[in-house]
Design a binder for this molecule. Sequence first.
Ligand code: MRU
Length: 355
Amino acid sequence: MKIGDQHHRSIELAENGWGVRVIDQRKLPWHLVFVTLGSCNETAQAIREMWVRGAPLIGAVAAYGFCLALREDASDQSIERAYAALLSTRPTAINLKWSLDRMLAAVASLPPRDRIKAAYARAADLCDEDVALCQAIGKHGLGLLYTAANAKPNQPINILTHCNAGWLATVDYGTALAPIYLAHDTGIAVHVWVDETRPRNQGASLTAWELEQHGVPHTIITDNAGGFLMQKGKVDLCIVGTDRVTSNGDVCNKIGTYLKALAAHDNGVPFYIALPYSTFDPNLSNGNAIPIEERTANEVTQITGKLPDGRIETVTLTNSPAANPAFDVTPARLITAFITEHGVLSPKEMLRRAA
Ligand code: MRU
């Protein structure tokens, strides 16, 4: 990821060699603040309270949380405690379990004295693998954008995205945004419609910030504007990320994704899902079985922003009760194709490969 002229990853080992350095995403777009997490409890808190978020990044941070737990105590009981504590932080993204299962497998059969080194090595591998997966997703998705650009000579292609599935949601490059960065770097004229993504505004505060850092033209829209823009022919394609895809191809992603998929379907706009294999859940037969995180009503009734004097403040919009389901499920029939590390695959092909 490019911040100014500097290349970073969303998660890096801290200078002390054992802590983990992440961006406190709650502070964006106003302040870029790096924090070092020094214990399993701190990593669990950072995931639960969404200092870090996005399915692949949650998995990567949990992997290091597991390492930190072993540093404190490398016994079997400590492993069990860390696994359960980290797994309980956020229920919807399957990448969390995917990552913790791999960490567990890497250390469980080792004597306690060998576990810490093995765990750090495995966590580093998982992060490197995520980077490679996102690069491959970018490369395959680029072909789609190239085709869309050829169909519209001398005009930018308009891509709509929801939530944040960019660098900040992964270790680097992103999933849905990876092809967009590559297209921009290759000279394809792209413009991104960024859904603000209420209630936490991951689109307005994270995706827009990322795109800005990379110089990609973009416009923030309210979550309700996408359907209208599609009716007016102003969206050429949609690309979103996902937190879990079930074995029938149903796609769980940030709340509001389903409505965009319906509007895209009604208007003949292709709707693509970008995902690494770590987001596929072969154990669930369909999207109804996915646990949907219900977050605090405060995220709906309050909003944070910058005052004219530069202070960041949270204000209350209403005192009425509010509900806050954080994800929804888009049925497989509304998906045009999946952009994966293996290529752009129809839902059937994707499932055949994943099986
Ligand atoms: O609640 P969040 O911000 O963790 O939700 C993130 C999303 O819904 C992303 O679209 C998803 O994790 C894919 S990230 C590559």
